[in-house]
Design a protein around this ligand. Sequence first.
Ligand SMILES: *[C@@H]1O[C@H](CO)[C@@H](O)[C@H](O)[C@H]1NC(C)=O
Ligand SMILES: *[C@@H]1O[C@H](CO)[C@@H](O)[C@H](O)[C@H]1NC(C)=O
Ligand SMILES: *[C@@H]1O[C@H](CO)[C@@H](O)[C@H](O)[C@H]1NC(C)=O
Ligand SMILES: *[C@@H]1O[C@H](CO)[C@@H](O)[C@H](O)[C@H]1NC(C)=O
Ligand SMILES: *[C@@H]1O[C@H](CO)[C@@H](O)[C@H](O)[C@H]1NC(C)=O
Ligand SMILES: *[C@@H]1O[C@H](CO)[C@@H](O)[C@H](O)[C@H]1NC(C)=O
Ligand SMILES: *[C@@H]1O[C@H](CO)[C@@H](O)[C@H](O)[C@H]1NC(C)=O
Ligand SMILES: *[C@@H]1O[C@H](CO)[C@@H](O)[C@H](O)[C@H]1NC(C)=O
Ligand SMILES: *[C@@H]1O[C@H](CO)[C@@H](O)[C@H](O)[C@H]1NC(C)=O
Ligand SMILES: *[C@@H]1O[C@H](CO)[C@@H](O)[C@H](O)[C@H]1NC(C)=O
Ligand SMILES: *[C@@H]1O[C@H](CO)[C@@H](O)[C@H](O)[C@H]1NC(C)=O
Ligand SMILES: *[C@@H]1O[C@H](CO)[C@@H](O)[C@H](O)[C@H]1NC(C)=O
Length: 815
Amino acid sequence: MQKPCLLSCFLFFFFILQLSFSCPQDQRQSLLEFKNLLTQSIKNQSTAEIDLGGLKSWRPNSDCCKWQLVRCNALSPSREVIDLNLNSLAPSGSVSSSLLRPILRITSLVSLDVSSNFIQGEIPGDGFANLTRLLSLDLSRNSFNGSIPPQFFSLKTLQRLDLSMNVIGGTLSSDIKELKNLEELILDENLIRGEIPPEIGSLSEVRKLSLKQNMFSGPIPLSVSQLTKLEFFDLQNNSMSYEIPEGIGSLANLSTLALSRNNLSGGIPSSFQKLTNLETLQIENNVGLSGEIPTWLFGLEKLKILRLGGNKLQWNKNGSVFAKCKLTHLSLRSCGLEGNIPDWLKNQTSLLFLDLSTNMLQGSFPKWLADLRIGTMIFSDNRLSGSLPPSLFQSQDLAVLALSRNNFSGQIPDTVGESSVMILMLSENNFTGPVPKSISEIYRLLLLDLSKNKLSGEFPRFDSGSLLAVLDISSNEFSGDVPSSFGLNTMMLSMSQNNFTGEFPQDLINLPFLFHLDLHDNGISGEFPSFISRLSPFLEVLSLRNNSLKGSIPEDISNLTSLKILDLSENNLDGSLPSSLGDLKGMIESPVSNSSAFTFVFSFSIEIQDLAVNWKNSKQGLASRNLYLYTLLALSKNKLHGEIPASLGNLKSLKLLNLSHNDVSGVIPQSFGYLEKLEILDLSNNNLSGEIPKTFSNLSELNTLDLSNNKLSGMIPESPQLDRLNDPKIYANNNKLCGMQIQVSCSSSTAKTEPLPEEEEEEESLFSWRAALIGCPCGFLMAVVLMYVVGYFNHPPPPRRSPKNRGEIQKKMTT
Ligand SMILES: *[C@@H]1O[C@H](CO)[C@@H](O)[C@H](O)[C@H]1NC(C)=O
Ligand SMILES: *[C@@H]1O[C@H](CO)[C@@H](O)[C@H](O)[C@H]1NC(C)=O
Ligand SMILES: *[C@@H]1O[C@H](CO)[C@@H](O)[C@H](O)[C@H]1NC(C)=O
Ligand SMILES: *[C@@H]1O[C@H](CO)[C@@H](O)[C@H](O)[C@H]1NC(C)=O
Ligand SMILES: *[C@@H]1O[C@H](CO)[C@@H](O)[C@H](O)[C@H]1NC(C)=O
Ligand SMILES: *[C@@H]1O[C@H](CO)[C@@H](O)[C@H](O)[C@H]1NC(C)=O
Ligand SMILES: *[C@@H]1O[C@H](CO)[C@@H](O)[C@H](O)[C@H]1NC(C)=O
Ligand SMILES: *[C@@H]1O[C@H](CO)[C@@H](O)[C@H](O)[C@H]1NC(C)=O
Ligand SMILES: *[C@@H]1O[C@H](CO)[C@@H](O)[C@H](O)[C@H]1NC(C)=O
Ligand SMILES: *[C@@H]1O[C@H](CO)[C@@H](O)[C@H](O)[C@H]1NC(C)=O
Ligand SMILES: *[C@@H]1O[C@H](CO)[C@@H](O)[C@H](O)[C@H]1NC(C)=O
Ligand SMILES: *[C@@H]1O[C@H](CO)[C@@H](O)[C@H](O)[C@H]1NC(C)=O
């Protein structure tokens, strides 16, 4: 009987409240003022229609307790506002932190969330002094700068404080600028402003403290050991230095400690043995952390996520592990692991993620490991050998397998087609034999990197529904026709340095998103494809270097408007240089520096961070991001003749131009002097005559030049840059060149450059862009991985079942 009474009493009470009280007048005013400020500053920045979301319900003459995003205290007659959920209101741009002032007058607030609002400027600290009832404060994902206001430390009731993803502590860098000449002032109090103040220890109620991704520096204050209720402490991605305080080990309720990506040093404090509630320990990428990885860590029974990679921490070779924990994530990247893959992983049956890359592991891939059903396995950069156990690919949980740069051998198991892998990287091993045809049946394969092995035979065909976006099979021994049957999602095909023969396949024009096609060093023959302009309009890289193509370059090649790298050298091309080359838009516009793929860097999942780091550190990964910005046109070692079209001077963003070892004649166009970005120019071994254009003195970036073996004459133009290019080889074997660079005076009109003895062919060493082309794919790979994996990991594509599974499903349905 009591319950209905209570309920009706409550309803009655509630009804009365609704009738007689609305929220306090002054609080409503404050909220409206906030709304006003926000809409104004959004309007000031964008003319687009503003979607105010929940703020639309904030109307002047209504009860603010009925507004969206606002919650009032239903139990108090004065109906004060206690909860404001104001996240993600500003769609973009920036709003000033003074915007918060009106709401800070609502002293009854218990919970305030203004995260993700593009708020700039310092936190209005004084306003917080009166919010004495605050339990939860979320200011994350804004652009607050300055330091933590001291008023926060008097908020004794605070249980949850989230300041992550701001630039608090950012005063440091601007002060450093002012002090740039005063090295001895390193301890000046200005420089200490970015530190976490020791007063943080007075937040005695705090359970969650996130300061992730700011610019905090200095030591972790010892006073954090006073935060006895702390359960979650996140300081990732700041610039914290010095040792991890022992005192953290006394925070008995701590379940998450995340200190990755800082500058911490010293070892793992032994007091951590007492952290019996610890579930997550992330201390990777602190280059100064050193010492042994204590085996007692694995005795912390609740531990699930352990990330220790990228430090100087060393595995204890003598210690044996009796793991009491059931880990889901383990990273021991570059931790000096030796010997076989450790046995104690056998009973880690909950693992989803395992990264043991960059160690000195040897021996074979154990069958028990293959059977653990792990989602992501990264063992790149070890010394593992032997063949892969077939059961590895029979797991429907495997999503990422990275085994690059080991010494695995044998054939890729036939079972590969049964797997559900999305990213498969087996580069730089010793795999031999053909690739099983079934590999094209992996229903969600996005990236396949088999480069630098000894794989042979024909490469399997993929059907047009395949999701495969990135394929690298370069540097193998594949043969037969150039593979041309791929899915419509294909973005990158790197098939160089194989023994592919036959003609350039027309089917490649059916790949609408292709942006990278590299076929250099193969045996492709026949006429240069007349349909080349029908390749994808997104094509940025086309390399057909060192094949056996004949014929001429079609005029309409300029329809490939995205092309930034075109390399057709070392073929048998003849005909003249089409003047339309000067219309290649991709080589005219300066490259957009942050390629779209990299904008995902902020959102990629933790899983892929490891993969990306892996990639960046990999031996083959040259400074790939910058190489992506490399724009080059190389047509050397063909039989091209005729004059050089002046239009080539339009290609303003070109960094490398190589027309050497052809038979082009006439003069060097004046317009070449306007290729302002040009760093490397090779016109050697042609039939060029006349003077070197005076405009060459504009080429201020030029650092490598070869004009030798032509019929050039006259004075070499002078400029600070050209004066430095004074190696006589640059100008050797010409007609009548003179100039201070070659120390031939121009006054004696008979001056003639000394014919130098023929030197060994040096082009490759001169142009390190062979490396550029090899390096390029790595950059793409990373970008594309990020791009794809972001989307796909969070929303895996609906399993398009493999035929086998389809059969099973059918069986199930019929029985
Ligand atoms: C918007 O711009 C007007 C005039 O340019 C200025 O007076 C006002 O302060 C700005 N409002 C905000 C919130 O920035
Ligand atoms: C904080 O940001 C605001 C606005 O961007 C700027 O005016 C101010 O100088 C910055 N303050 C500090 C301490 O960096
Ligand atoms: C805090 O409250 C006191 C008393 O109500 C008032 O005088 C003071 O101005 C308030 N401080 C702020 C920053 O609003
Ligand atoms: C730790 O958590 C338990 C359970 O939530 C709680 O009873 C205990 O009071 C907490 N200890 C401290 C020091 O806050
Ligand atoms: C770390 O923080 C910086 C800015 O403070 C950001 O650019 C970078 O992406 C962050 N790194 C990670 C891995 O979150
Ligand atoms: C890293 O920490 C050391 C002290 O352990 C300090 O000398 C060094 O300046 C710090 N480096 C950075 C970039 O903060
Ligand atoms: C490991 O044990 C061997 C002998 O058992 C000993 O010589 C060596 O010093 C030990 N190494 C470490 C790092 O403890
Ligand atoms: C793993 O095996 C060891 C003995 O080898 C045992 O002590 C430990 O309890 C096991 N751990 C789990 C999580 O099963
Ligand atoms: C591949 O195997 C051969 C012999 O089987 C060995 O000589 C070579 O070093 C191996 N290559 C790599 C990259 O490990
Ligand atoms: C790779 O494995 C082969 C045997 O399969 C062995 O002969 C060779 O020495 C290994 N190479 C390296 C670099 O370990
Ligand atoms: C390349 O393939 C051709 C024809 O298929 C063959 O004659 C030749 O030996 C192969 N070359 C190499 C290096 O495998
Ligand atoms: C190339 O572009 C020109 C003009 O933009 C167009 O007329 C021509 O049809 C295009 N050629 C091909 C093969 O797409």
